[in-house]
Design a protein around this ligand. Structure first.
Ligand code: HEC
Ligand code: HEC
Length: 184
């Protein structure tokens, strides 16, 4: 009999402790409620747009040949442009300055990364264009972008899984595109 009474006591105590804990947690939440200015990534009023300018940050001012290449975001990702682009844009039908330095025949001498083989193959048909750039690769800026120097509003915790040391700094998708695919 005494044992049962003790057990009931303990159970009641446990319930009290749990309820108390929940109460504290709720009170805590209330205290930390965000103000309206704090709700977005920018710390400004959400009702007023006029004075709010997005932070654009600075693009690299280092000219080609003097910039530092950026590690690939993940294996076979399009490399980010590390250098200044002043005077090179927009890319026009009759003028694509990127090719002046990145075509394989000139790139090495200029210290630029050569266009990979994947850009000289029609990826839809697999046809080797024999040194002719695939038209779908002409607008480099569609896939390659420069980077601004600006603090991240949210920390990016993505960690790329590189399978080799080389794949951190270079790529040629053609070498690995059909990995694991067995042709009949
Ligand atoms: C005057 C020559 C020149 C021009 C024009 C040029 N680049 Fe570059 N580019 C370089 C050099 C050199 C590098 C290597 C980094 C360095 O030394 O600054 C480079 C690096 C790059 C990289 C990084 C490659 C890697 O392996 O990480 C990309 C992407 C790139 N350029 C894209 C472009 C695009 C797109 C254009 C046209 C809008 C362009 N470049 C115009 C010379 C040039
Ligand atoms: C449709 C998207 C797309 C376009 C357009 C494109 N690229 Fe790429 N590029 C990629 C991707 C994806 C990679 C990485 C995979 C690979 O090697 O194919 C890459 C890789 C590269 C590399 C790295 C090669 C190496 O050895 O590591 C260079 C340099 C490059 N591109 C330059 C250019 C330039 C200059 C242009 C414009 C003439 C261009 N690309 C157009 C998607 C594109």
């Amino acid at each position: 009999m005494i044992r049962n009474a003790q057990r009931r006591m303990i159970a009641a105590l446990v319930v009290i402790v749990i309820l108390f804990g929940a109460g504290v947690a709720m009170a805590d939440k209330k205290e930390k409620a965000k103000s309206e200015e704090d709700m977005g990534l920018r710390k400004e009023s959400i009702y007023e747009e006029e004075k709010v300018k997005p932070g654009h940050g600075e693009y690299s001012k280092a000219e080609p040949g003097k910039s530092k290449k950026i590690e690939r975001a993940f294996e076979n990702s399009p490399p980010l442009i590390p250098h200044d682009l002043t005077g090179m844009l927009p890319i026009a039908e009759t003028n694509n300055m990127c090719l002046n330095c990145h075509m394989p025949d000139v790139a090495k001498g200029l210290g630029a990364t050569a266009l990979p083989k994947s850009h000289f193959i029609d990826m839809e048909t697999g046809k080797d264009l024999k040194g002719k750039l695939d038209g779908k690769r002409y607008n480099c800026m569609q896939c390659h972008v420069p980077q601004v120097n600006i603090p991240e509003p949210i920390k990016n915790r993505f960690k790329a899984d590189f399978r080799s040391k080389k794949s951190r700094t270079s790529s040629n998708l053609i070498d690995s595109l059909n990995e694991g695919v067995k042709a009949e």
